[in-house]
Design a protein around this ligand. Sequence first.
Ligand code: C2E
Ligand code: MG
Ligand code: MG
Length: 587
Amino acid sequence: WLTFVFDISVQITAEAEAAKAVNQLAVAMEAIPDGFALFDEQERFITCNATFRKLYPDISALLVKGATFKSILRADVATGNYRIPRSQHPIWIETRLAQYRDGGSTAEVERTDGRWFRVLERPTSTGGRVAFTIDITRTKTRQVELENAALTDALTGLLNRRGISDRISKTDQWVTAGERIAFLHLDLDKFKTVNDALGHEAGDFVLTTVSSKLLEMAGERAEIARVGGDEFVVALPSEHGEDQVFAFAETLRAAITQPSYYKERLCQVGASIGISFWCPNGSDPLEQALLDADTALMQGKTLGRNRTVVFRKRMRAQAVEMAQIASKIKESLREERFVPFFQPQIEWPSGRVCGFETLVRWIGEDGSVTPAGAFINVANETGLILDIDREMLALGLDALYNLTQEGFENPSLSINLSSAMLRSPDLLDTVLDAVGWRGLQHEQINIEILESTLLDDRSDTIGTNINALAEAGFRIELDDFGTGHTALASLRKFPVHRIKIDRSLIKTIDSDPSLQAITEGIFSLCQRLGVDTIAEGIETDAELAVLSQIGISKFQGYMLAKPMSYSALLRWLADRGDLQSRHVSEA
Ligand code: C2E
Ligand code: MG
Ligand code: MG
């Protein structure tokens, strides 16, 4: 017998070390919170941790030593756990396999059970792979929530501006053949008044009420967004023609205009709607159609709100022009290039100057003078009229004060105030302040109000302001009398001191007996009501003669005096000998 004795203590130690290492690896693997698996250089499964098995319960039985990565993939996709059509399984497997072999990429996959996995494989030193699967469902859900929040309006739950853009960009999922999209851009009229007068809660109530009405009426397939404070967009895929969409818009408007009550307070708003259409096979991008609806809406507002207007191509140019004028107005306001001109008002037959009307003029860089009529609409629509009116109030009152200093006795001044100005809650204070520190008498000032402004007043702010101004002793004058529909009713409703008969009743009055009859009627009515009259736009002797005959004794018009700058006015008055003063400044 030969006895061999081997010293295997090194081996034993090595095996013990190896066992320890494997044990440590297992402990380490289990300590990893994510799914972890190990593959050898032949893409064969070696081992994985319990989390890995939990993440893939359907294929856990296949996770045995020697199973190839590809066979595992194939089994995994076959379970139907991914949102992939069967026909695309082979491509999906190839793609994932390429990622595995690449060893540097990371993929995020959505599972049919709503879970999201981030999967990545990285090379080991021996050419195998370590595979990680991380459950990122919570992060993803949060991400989706954030994305949704960024696309929806918190108050109404409708989409917001970004949301509607995002949604309509996916028209392929939404519009069927033969359909086009009608965009209805809706703007609430008088929303601000409700908000200011009844508070934000009432304002929110109005917005949510409108939003429910839109949801209810526009139907399942419509996309609805709140795209601004009180602006909404309804995008409607349909085969309907323009007339039907217009009729639908009108029913929407009617529903929105219905009064509603918040804590027993009446909240009533109006609505203007602009409509545009987008055809899938047309040349205009969708975003353009959205802009076009807005342009049509603007047009509707300029025409006097509370109406539906369908977009026409020419409106694009008009909108651009309007925006250009608006930006020039802003610039000119900063540069103080709006000045008041003064048109004298003459008593006839004495010829005495009994007052002046301030009319804003826009002085160009070249010294050109643009009359109010050329820009007042844009100023009104853009809200810039408020700044213009404030400026004209201050400069007009300066002139009134200076006229007294120049020796003109007891001058009176008519000032045109816009709807926007008449709607400001602090109007009375503004006027009192401006008049007070200049030491002017209230009855020297006529506030000219357009009839259209009175028609615009559903919230009564304007009425309240007019009453307050009248009570404070300012004189209220109805401008452009005879051009509207409710002029006579306004005489009863508001404390009117004087009406100004519009040129439309005066032009050709000398040859038109019916105009004479109307003007006579107005004059005698005013006399009986104790309301003073003045006629504007007198251009000929004949017009003046007929109006004098009727009994009117105060006039304004080119024939008597044109609107002029303050310095020209001083010269004009001096030439007539109307200034008692020491000197006429050459300002
Ligand atoms: P309005 O207040 O009715 O002013 C009369 C308009 O007729 C003025 O045009 C005036 O220049 C013009 N006019 C005066 N006499 C005659 C005449 O004999 N024949 C003819 N054909 N026209 C005459 P303007 O200055 O272009 O103003 C247009 C409108 O703009 C004004 O009509 C007024 O409603 C508004 N406006 C003018 N200045 C202001 C302002 O400072 N603020 C506001 N809110 N509106 C203003
Ligand atoms: Mg006027
Ligand atoms: Mg007028």
